[in-house]
Design a protein around this ligand. Structure first.
Ligand SMILES: CC(C)(COP(=O)(O)OP(=O)(O)OC[C@H]1O[C@@H](n2cnc3c(N)ncnc32)[C@H](O)[C@@H]1OP(=O)(O)O)[C@@H](O)C(=O)NCCC(=O)NCCS
Length: 197
């Protein structure tokens, strides 16, 4: 996978300024469409998504993660990357994906100037060390390279994660009341955030 996702196959990359001595620094990369269905990459992304969910991350599922449901959602997302519709940005460390996010195209000719960020996450054991910053700054460079003018994303109210995005200039522009049903009788609002490139 190193050769697949290393510099020859990557459009963008950047070394992290990590304070964590002894570990190689995560590197941001955009996965080529032709690499999106590589089994090893899929395995690492699935493991990450499950581990992030089980450690309390709000990325589309609740803990304990239903691995087959996560896998189905991941496969559909990777199909869109393989088709060239969406882009997948990852952080790679020691040859493994340790962070990811999709830049999703809305499919409308009237909405070509912005995309949605989906499934932004970094592996639990490296959270809080600057990896999230590397990932989102990498996505911003990718989005700027595409000529986009805005990025949109949603967060689950009550997680506090909107404060992460606000640090990078995102603003909350809306709230969808009770959009997320975690369980019967446990509805959460969804916050809508916008970033202007
Ligand atoms: C959200 C997430 C990607 C942040 O990644 P991270 O590697 O922990 O973030 P970083 O260490 O790069 O933090 C960058 C800055 O954001 C701040 N920050 C990080 N998480 C934050 C949070 N939940 N609330 C407020 N600020 C936060 C950090 O303090 C840091 O600020 P600083 O630059 O002033 O020091 C990560 O916590 C994660 O994967 N969470 C689980 C998945 C998830 O819920 N994703 C959101 C889907 S909408």
């Amino acid at each position: 996978m190193t050769s697949v996702l290393g510099s020859p196959g990557c459009k963008h990359w950047r070394r992290a300024r990590s304070a964590h001595v002894g570990r190689p620094q995560p590197v941001y990369a955009v996965v080529e469409a032709s690499d999106a269905r590589r089994p090893e990459l899929r395995r690492q992304l699935l493991e990450m998504w499950v581990d992030v969910t089980n450690s309390g991350g709000a990325v589309g599922f609740t803990a304990p993660a239903d691995v087959s449901a996560v896998a189905s959602t991941l496969d559909a997302a990777l199909d869109r990357v393989a088709a060239g519709t969406d882009l997948l940005g990852i952080l790679r460390q020691n040859g493994s994906a340790v962070g990811m996010a999709f830049l999703v195209d809305g499919g409308s000719a009237l909405r070509r100037h912005w995309r949605t960020i989906l499934r932004l996450m970094v592996r639990p054991e490296i959270q809080g060390r600057g990896a999230g910053r590397l990932l989102i700054e990498g996505l911003h460079r990718t989005a700027a390279g595409l000529g986009l003018e805005q990025l949109m994303l949603t967060t689950r109210d009550g997680t506090g994660v909107e404060a992460f995005y606000e640090r990078f200039g995102y603003i909350i522009v809306g709230r969808h009341p009770r959009a997320i049903r975690l369980a019967p009788g446990d509805d959460r609002d969804e916050l809508i955030l916008i970033f202007r490139l």
